[in-house]
Design a protein around this ligand. Structure first.
Ligand code: GDP
Length: 350
């Protein structure tokens, strides 16, 4: 489990543009309050770092601001935790205005408690009066600026969200069904979206190629139309602050008439990845939604477990988004499912 998580961390670091020179871990009952890891481990890492001339040490868990500072002091290099690493990747990849704002918001919230020493003491002593203005420490000015930027961004995001709700209402009125692609990162969502449209959405063999929901209008073979929406990829330990910041991009999932869960069938741990996706969907309250499981990369997958799943689950289909194999069957299944769900809806609403 630790190995797996570290392997994912390595992939994340590479996605962020780092060259990973070594990895190590420690088994402890609970993290050290001051350093997260033990003294001996700190020495070992310091040795490793100097030997391999590494300029950054990345931790797979979240560090407290104090732990981060102490480690920086002890190791004499930049210390990054999993949250900061993911934020960095998000920052590189956010494309839409809303995506960029959300990343900035998450970064500001992450950085606020990590700004230097005891800046707040001064204003507490004076009860705030007379300590503002020129007498104020730079740190306090920084904090105040950050807080005001945070509230500006929150307002802007709120107005964008209202706009989206309006757009969504219009869509519902026009009765075009919405289909949302979800899946573990790297499962092939962007590739599938590309295959089904000529959308030209960025597809890369890196984590998080997709950050913002991208919606495309697609005509099904029976000439019915649907809106296909791509969503951000899921990972096993998505920091909770990020779940909050990216809820808006996942709201599309809640609104969708149908969810396509894209699975990388060639991955040895595809079942664990599926579970991670199910967990996030449950947290979002989207676990009862109509869902089709799409086993992708069937051109390279020869897993009997996948074959078994495909045979036993009528709401599943095997495809290769890359070669186009199985896409007609997928569209057919979408068509049938949407038609069926429409009948259901009409039965419920007299
Ligand atoms: P996303 O993160 O879910 O959007 O995944 P991408 O669409 O970016 O795909 C991740 C990687 O998987 C890319 O290198 C794709 O070329 C590759 N990929 C996607 N679909 C297939 C497929 O059907 N077969 C194979 N062999 N590779 C695929």
């Amino acid at each position: 489990d630790v190995q797996d998580s570290l392997r994912e961390l390595k992939q994340l670091a590479e996605t962020a543009g780092a060259l990973v020179t070594g990895m190590t871990w420690q088994k402890r009952d609970k993290p050290d309050a001051a350093l997260f890891i033990g003294k001996g481990k700190v020495e070992e890492i310091n040795h490793l770092r100097q030997e391999q001339r590494a300029s950054i040490v990345i931790f797979d868990d979240e560090l407290s601001p104090a732990q981060q500072r102490n480690l920086e002091h002890e190791l004499g290099c930049k210390i990054v935790d999993r949250t900061a690493l993911i934020l960095d990747i998000f920052a590189q990849r956010a494309r839409s205005h809303e995506g960029k704002l959300q990343v900035e918001l998450a970064q500001l919230r992450y950085n606020l408690p990590r700004l230097g020493g005891q800046g707040l003491v001064l204003s507490r002593l004076g009860g705030g009066i007379g300590t503002r203005g020129p007498g104020e420490t730079k740190l306090e000015v920084d904090r105040r600026r950050i807080r005001s930027r945070i509230s500006d961004i929150e307002q802007e995001i709120e107005s964008i969200r209202k706009q989206r709700i309006l757009q969504r209402k219009r869509r519902i009125n026009s009765r075009i069904p919405t289909v949302a692609l979800v899946g573990y990162t790297n499962a092939g969502k962007s590739t599938l979206l590309n295959a089904l449209t000529a959308a030209g959405v960025l597809a890369e063999n890196k984590l998080f190629a997709t950050l913002d929901p991208t919606t495309r209008r697609i005509t099904l073979p029976n000439s019915q139309e649907m809106l296909l929406t791509d969503t951000v990829g899921f990972i096993q330990k998505l920091p909770h602050q990020l779940i909050a910041a990216f809820r808006a991009t996942l709201e599309e999932v809640l609104e969708a008439d149908l969810i396509l869960h894209i699975v990388d069938a060639s991955h040895t741990r595809f079942q664990e990845q599926m579970k991670a996706v199910h967990d996030v969907l449950r947290k979002l309250g989207a676990d009862n939604k109509l869902t089709l499981t799409v086993y992708n990369k069937m051109d390279t997958a020869q897993n009997p477990l996948v074959t078994e799943q495909l045979q036993s689950d009528a709401a599943s289909v095997g495809i290769s988004a890359l070669s186009g194999h199985g896409l007609p069957e997928l569209l057919d299944l979408i068509q049938q499912t949407l038609r069926q769900s429409k009948v259901d809806i009409e039965l419920v609403i007299p």
